[in-house]
Design a protein around this ligand. Sequence first.
Ligand code: 3HC
Ligand code: NAI
Length: 695
Amino acid sequence: MNDVVKLERHDVIAVVTVNSPPVNALSAAVRRGIFESIKTAAADPEVQAIVLACAGRTFIAGADITEFGKPPQSPSLNEVIAEIENCGKPVIAAIHGTALGGGLEITLGCHFRVATKEAKLGLPEVKLGLLPGAGGTQRLPRAVGPELGVKMIVTGEPIGAAEALKNGLIEEIVEGPASGAEAFARKVVAEKRPLRILRNDDSKLAAARADRSIFTNAAAAANKKNRGLEAPLACAEAVSWTLDLPFDEAMKKERESFLRLVAGDQSKAQRYAFFSEREAAKVQNVPEGVKPRPVERVAIIGAGTMGGGIAMSFANAGIPVTLIETGEEQLKRGMGIMQKNYDATAARGGIPADAPAKRMALITGVVGLENVKDADLIIEAVFETMAIKKEVFTALDAYAKPGAVLASNTSYLNIDEIAQVTKRPQDVLGMHFFSPANVMKLCEIVRADKTAPDALVTAVAVARRIAKVPAVVGVADGFVGNRMLAARSKQSEKLLFEGALPQQVDAVVTKFGMPMGPFAMGDLAGLDIGWRSRKDRGITSPIADALCEAGRFGQKAGKGYYKYEAGSRAPVPDPDVEKLIDDTCKSLGLTRRIVSDEEILERMMYPMINEGARILEEKVASRPSDIDVIWLYGYGWPIYRGGPMFYADQVGLKHVAERLSFYAKQANDPSLEPSALLKRLADEGKTFASLAKSA
Ligand code: 3HC
Ligand code: NAI
């Protein structure tokens, strides 16, 4: 039919095959090809049924996201679906891989659907800040009922073939998608089965139309985790129209809602995040064609907070792990915590009941570093002390097999210095996971001076295999994320001296969309750690020190910047802290003032962005979008704000630079002056995004 859609006839069955790698997204050419194919097959008197299948690794994975925001080209997806739905001959969708978004919507316009057993079906538009815009909100609830329909559309989570079969979304599970669909099509023809046209089938809506709570409860449950996002609410509302409005009217409203969301700031940020995440996995400055080394077995050193979480991440992906400790007791403790974590997840239905045993069986706990000898990748997660890290890497150099990648999970330390103690610095790099490591998706991959390109791409590939989001960074104190966080921490502390209170600062930060403010986060992590480290280094921080001297170590002590009721993690503002801050400031001769929320927000965000600009200048990160990925997946930056560098572009770099200069003078702190890069971009009226484009 055209370059990307082929039409063939197998006697009475027409087979339409989409072949548009990598994911058969619905570009204008694909839409046109399907439209014309269906029209041709429908008009062909020899054809009695039509199969819609895809070549390559997957069925259609959705609308082509790169076309959003560009002038629409006909036929629209709705026109393609209407052509299928009204063509008068049975159309059977042959699903393999993932039928997502517009891809699933096309199948909902078909009269029957069959899928291979590993196939996944879903409407993930909400994750891009959208709602399904081609009838998905109206046809999916008619196929599976409004309860499952609203859950799938509001969470964006796909379901597997077995669940799809159980809920009437597909008719059969087949072996080969196209051949299975063809056999099914012949059955439909032989049996003269009536066409199932979902738009006309309200049978599954009857119960919720009679008892509205069936829908409202399901919608509320699906929307529980939504923080500040517009799309999930729009999705739930659109599904509710299945209960209240005629199909065509609901379709019109769905379209309007889609167009409003696609033009909105939240969806723009979420689409940017989607592409930034994929961009981050493409390593820059490595020779073309460099291949990752094979990784079949992994060793992790240290079964503490991080080592345990990292081991779980590998076991979750089915990769065997040797977990190494200094003694049986530490090992037992670490293994016990992992077991408890798995059991708790299974108990609340997060993983199948047999998963904890299966996953624990992949983790072998042992004592002694000589046990690394079979590992292709070794990740060190011992105490954060250079001398200990060096000791461990000297031993790894002695025991690891040639070509094994040696990674450190250090939060701050210099990987070049660690690599120097080995005779194989080309194999050494950082893999900086975030806590809790079995949950947080980010992995900063630290490229040291001598890291070999194939070692680097190995770490990136492995991170993706265990469902992490990798971002390559250079050696620097705290790499990218923690270095920027330090710039923010410095300001949050200063704000207390100037007149703000912890609860005011935290409220501004959480209102912005971060999951926690800096002071609640400090309480969670424990204030004593920083206090001890300051003492070691001969540094003081009068308010934080005074809190610790008063035994206020944070949540674990029931008090820190806040107080905590017994057994509760909810921070409660404490007048004693207010007094402590006041007294400390008085003793230092400081006069406190009223600090506005606007100033707090700017001082929490702009110095961090400035540090991000310095990081780009120093090439510690190669793309602004990599910095954004780090904040999205390592620090809970709200996805609808795209990341700090994207946010700065939205605010305008000129404004950011001017405010930084203002605060630099107000606080007499030259480090707040805009960095050379920020200043240049601001002066030229450019954005951080322009750097990526010019590169
Ligand atoms: N449009 C354009 N490009 C897409 C795309 C899409 N819908 N989906 C994936 N791609 C691109 C990726 O950007 C990537 O490009 P690159 O190689 O240049 O970086 C390439 O396809 C491969 O993608 P992944 O690296 O993500 O491949 P995986 O195999 O890991 O995952 C996938 C495949 C599960 C299909 C995943 O890509 C995905 O989730 N895609 C998005 C699906 C989606 O959100 N669909 C809904 C779109 S909105 C819509 O349909 C609106 C409609 O209701 C009107
Ligand atoms: P932890 O104190 O919980 O665990 C460290 C473990 O290493 C202990 O169980 C200890 O017995 C073991 N260990 C020490 N020396 C060893 C050796 N020679 N051989 C084998 N095991 C040894 O520490 P945590 O928090 O897990 O941190 C580990 C590393 O991860 C540090 O470098 C830290 O900076 C980094 N990190 C920590 C994060 C966090 O939030 N806790 C986040 C990201 C990185």
